[in-house]
Design a binder for this molecule. Sequence first.
Ligand code: ADP
Ligand code: GLC
Length: 489
Amino acid sequence: MSKEKLNILFAAAEVVPFAKTGGLADVAGALPKALKELGHEIIVVMPRYYTIELQHLEKLPAPLGVPMGVMGELWAAVYTATLPQSDVKIYFIDYEHYFGRSNLYEDENGGYHDNDNRFIFFSKAALQLCKMLHFTPDIIHANDWHTAAMPILSKTRFVHDFAYTASVLTIHNLQHQGSFYKGLMDVMEIGWEHFNPHEFKSFDSVNLLKGGITTADAVTTVSKKYAQEIQTQEFGFGLQEHIKAHAHKLFGILNGVDYKEWNPSLDKYLIKNYDFDAMDEKKACKKDLQCHFALPQREDVALIGFVGRLVEQKGIGLLSSAINGLLDKDIQVVMLGTGEKWAEDFFREVAYHRENFVLHIGYSNELAHKIEAGCDMFLMPSLFEPCGLNQIYSLRYGTLPIVRAAGGLDDTIVNFDTQHEHGNGFKFYDATSEALYYTVLWAIDIYYRDKAAFERMQQKAMHEHFSWKDAAKEYEKVYRFAIEQRRKI
Ligand code: ADP
Ligand code: GLC
């Protein structure tokens, strides 16, 4: 029998509200709180990027030694705080040489050349921190490639302190695997015997995510559908066979929503708060959004939003082919995002020529909230989507999602069924600009011609609940599975 209350070390490269580039941060800021509410003891660890102010952090008295192979022991400072509206402790690893930069992972020249060392350093520091705090985890919960070395580190180089610790690796995005020059094996100090095709070797490089999948006691994805998809060639990014071989320990758990943060009745960024029983105020949010973007303030026009990283994953290729045809219709489109240069340039050009398309290139949490609230529909035509959070937020805001049926988008959005009036959004299957185009036309047709059906769907969407508590209970089961696996070794 395993213990009721588990000690959990949760490590992530980004955590809301301290640093965020995408959904990983949302998850890392919310799931630990839900686990704590179930009664577990959990600590969160992340790097102290120098964009994080020290003002509200407390410094631990002693520095932390981190062994880094031939570089010897490097000394980090550690800061601490609590996750907002909780007593979950979060620790920040501060090492200027690695994290004293203006961005998390990259600059205008691409990924930082030492991302391999940066995140092996962080992974080792997270383990050393447990020792320093006299915190013996039952579970190490690692996330994505950045921390995917933690399972093997805890079973080799650091085994002395983690002999009874099991590990779980969550894949938030299989596209990013952390593939580096094989010399990293010496920095990891796990022994070259682990540089083999079943563990960390991929061609002649070290692949951290691949090795993490082998060496974690359990692996999860952020939706059930994605757990299936990554076992296929279309979505496997070359690891499909490897993942199939480990499918016995693979589980899909859908992300939840932090409804304190994403909730139209509480949202501090909105000009007016609203809810399913007070939808008139949503109209005020629409007007406010149109005003912000200097769009004609028409209540009757179909307003469609897009928020996200402007990268291929998000289906911006499909959108770029369909957008001009769509803008010939009576609609308004607002877009918020940053990403690939071609996409920024392309959509800037569209915004220049079309008066019903507006764009904010950049990152703005406030605007993301205003778009969720002010739009009638929210577009997510992703080619693949491990979970996707924006479509789930959109449901709560009564902003009906138009999505491609991939990964978590397929798991969360039920297609509108004209006959039976099922559904909470509009869904297309083929990854083509035609499918996207006709699905948007269909959605705006319902919006204009059958307002009553559209509004009933909004009501249904707003009543749905994607709870972190339910997800945390699923993780709890996976943790116990992992502990069983670890015992067998
Ligand atoms: P991913 O993690 O693949 O980027 P998700 O849908 O899981 O996709 O999460 C994206 C998160 O990042 C959402 O909370 C979304 O609101 C936010 N986001 C993405 N781009 C921006 C942006 N330009 N400005 C503000 N928030 C953004
Ligand atoms: C990734 C995925 C996204 C998911 C997020 C949080 O960035 O691209 O689909 O919602 O992680 O799990």
